[in-house]
Design a protein around this ligand. Structure first.
Ligand code: MTE
Length: 300
């Protein structure tokens, strides 16, 4: 599959503004193709130190397995992830049930180290492996009338014990505007630290949108629907005054019950300092253009 990031990573791309790394590019450099591997890895290490695997996989939000941070790691082992099928339907040329293993055969997998900011005002840095959502949508062929993408998580209360309780209106659903979905920073993650994504983090495939609060990054996706109407989203349905459709990380718009101006970094220990939260979670340079002319207090 053709790749959009060939040889144009600059030092800027690996500063906190754009914290993505193209593993292939690094490999190409290493393989002696004349591409200096840049300071990609070292610049990354200086600016974004990923959390350790243990923290990333033991402090989770995945209400299908319970509402406490430790519940997903405890209960997600019950989930069967093979076989796995992603249905892609709605306004596409090639609707159908896509076997996850066939999808994987056709995607370019790379590593992206992203900041991850939860609406509860904590944050982590995660080295994801995955592919661009755009590549998957291209596989299905998006029709010109499509304006939004709706996502759905598996509904299987036998294995997802949290679904036996009505904490949310199951299944978990999320949505993006089509241009947000097509943005090169938007990925479907299939791994963490180069290993298959653990079940508590959304195996076998979950969305990651690094400039939005973590709850937009829907886990264990089984359905993707292209539509011309703004789709419903789980947290908006459960608390419309607290969670809007856009959910962009925005330190100037408070959550009704707490400030969003700063964040606590998970894994920094008890005395870790709070950090100032950056607009669009530090990806302003890349994504601010998507929202030009919009009142982000109204579209929160
Ligand atoms: N996806 C589903 N299906 N169910 C959930 O409860 N929680 C969201 C998001 N995706 C959630 C979900 C929230 S609130 C956050 S902060 C992130 O997943 C947490 O992802 P992580 O556990 O990999 O850090």
């Amino acid at each position: 599959m053709a790749h959009r990031w060939t040889n144009d990573l600059t030092h800027d791309d690996v500063t906190p503004h754009a914290t993505y790394v193209n593993r292939r590019q690094i490999m190409a450099g290493v393989a002696g193709l004349g591409l200096a591997p840049l300071a990609v890895t070292s610049a990354k290490a200086e600016t974004l130190e990923p959390n350790d695997y243990e923290t990333i996989t033991s402090y989770n939000n995945f209400y299908e397995f319970g509402t406490r941070k430790e519940d997903p790691a405890k209960h997600a082992h019950r989930l069967t992830t093979t076989p796995w099928t992603v249905t892609i339907d709605g306004l596409v040329d090639r609707p159908g049930n896509y076997a996850f293993k066939d999808i994987m055969d056709q995607m370019t997998i790379e590593e992206r180290i992203y900041r991850f900011r939860c609406v509860e005002a904590w944050s982590m840095v995660v080295p994801w492996n995955g592919f661009e959502l755009k590549d998957l949508l291209d596989l299905a062929g998006v029709k010109t009338e499509a304006k939004y993408v709706a996502f759905e998580t598996l509904y299987r209360p036998k294995e997802m014990v949290g679904q036996r309780y009505a904490v949310l209106d199951w299944p978990y659903v999320e949505g993006l505007r089509l241009d947000e979905a097509m943005h090169p920073l938007t990925i479907m993650a299939t791994g963490i630290y180069g290993k298959d994504i653990p079940k508590q983090n959304g195996a076998p495939v979950r969305l990651v949108v690094p400039w939005k609060y973590g709850f937009k990054s829907i886990k264990s996706v089984v359905k993707i629907t292209l539509t011309d109407k703004e789709p419903p989203t789980s947290w908006n349905q459960s608390g419309p005054s607290e969670y809007g459709f856009y959910s962009n990380v925005n330190p100037t718009v408070d959550h009704p019950r707490w400030s969003q101006a700063s964040e606590r970094t998970i894994g920094g220990g008890l005395f870790a300092k709070r950090k100032e939260t950056l607009m669009f979670n530090g990806y302003e340079q890349e994504v601010a253009g998507l929202y030009e002319g919009m009142d982000l207090r109204k579209f929160y």
